[in-house]
Design a protein around this ligand. Sequence first.
Ligand SMILES: [Ca+2]
Ligand SMILES: [Ca+2]
Ligand SMILES: [Ca+2]
Length: 257
Amino acid sequence: MKKNKLVTLAIAFVAAATSLYAKPKKTVAAPYVPPKETTVDAGEQEKFFKVYYSSSKSPVIDGNFDEWKNLEGVQVRRMVYGGTFNPEDTDGTFKVWADDSYIYLFADIIDNEPQENSFPAPQGWRDDSIEFFFGTDTAYHTFYKPTDHRVRIVPQSKTDKFAYDASVNDVSISGSVKSAIVYREHGYTIEAAIPFSLMSIKKLKPKQKVRGDFQINDGDEGKERSRLVHWNSRKDNTYLDASAWGDGIVVALEEAE
Ligand SMILES: [Ca+2]
Ligand SMILES: [Ca+2]
Ligand SMILES: [Ca+2]
């Protein structure tokens, strides 16, 4: 009997060990260095995020993302917490566009477990959501100036693409921000329009330098946020320290077409 038990245990152990090795986790040690062939995030251009400006062309916030296709984005892959970067668990591409009234944000998020977020936007960081930090004052400063803002878009429904909450500086303003969100099995895509009036922007013009950062909040397994990823900052400080953000530049939309 004893011997049989031991044999069973040994078989179970070998089976468990084999299954562990049979499914290696696809993880990459931080800091993640993107492979050269993925041009969007490799090399010089990743040092800047671009704001595509056009006085005449604007995206339509409708859940069809075709108009963003030809624009370059930045990839959000700096793990702030939640372990090593795993492109199947949390990854995302962000793009920014502006006309003379709105700043438009696009985010394509890869997430192994996309969740509907039931928190109001000021608390929305606790579950799947995205954040955009933006300021037009490029002089070095830490505490937010009146021109610095943080925007959070909180997706709420896998079946209703216009169900969302949004906040600027942690104040719910979903009535003034337009957004559409489309979920898929392993992620979700967002487009949103934020009025200049909420962002203290009067006008943007090509070659103008700006500052900003991008954030993904990822909760899985029905739980609250377990992974936080930025484009630039390695710390969870973007919401209070504008010096943690990276550099951006306004470029003419025509240059992308
Ligand atoms: Ca659209
Ligand atoms: Ca995930
Ligand atoms: Ca998730």
